[in-house]
Every structure is written in C-alpha cells, then in structure tokens.
Design a protein around this ligand. Sequence first.
Ligand SMILES: [Zn+2]
Length: 60
Amino acid sequence: MKADIRVCGSWERAHDRPVYTLDETCPECGAEAVNSAPAPFDPADPYGEYRRALKRRERE
Ligand SMILES: [Zn+2]
C-alpha cells in the first residue's frame, strides 16, 4: 500500500508539532495539507533544535 501521508501546511504557525493526516486538509486547523515528503520536519534537522529553542523562549 502506497503511503500518502500529508502534513498540515501551516503547522509551524498553527501547532506546536506537525499534524499528519491522510486527508487533503488539516483535521485540526483546516489548512491545506501538503505532501510530507520531503519531510518539512526532520528530527535530525540541525536547525530544529534552534527553532524549538526559539519557541520555548517565546513561551517564557
Ligand atoms: Zn493544521
């Protein structure tokens, strides 16, 4: 079976983490869901920790 997992195209603004879905729209915010490959969220992304640190700073 061919996986066709999409990710909320606005997750960086709308959510704390990527919202994956099989639908064409995000189930949480209704934004267009985009193909998740190449993954917009890479756990090994060298800049990921930097972005997360910025997010943490915004909350403090
Ligand atoms: Zn969303």
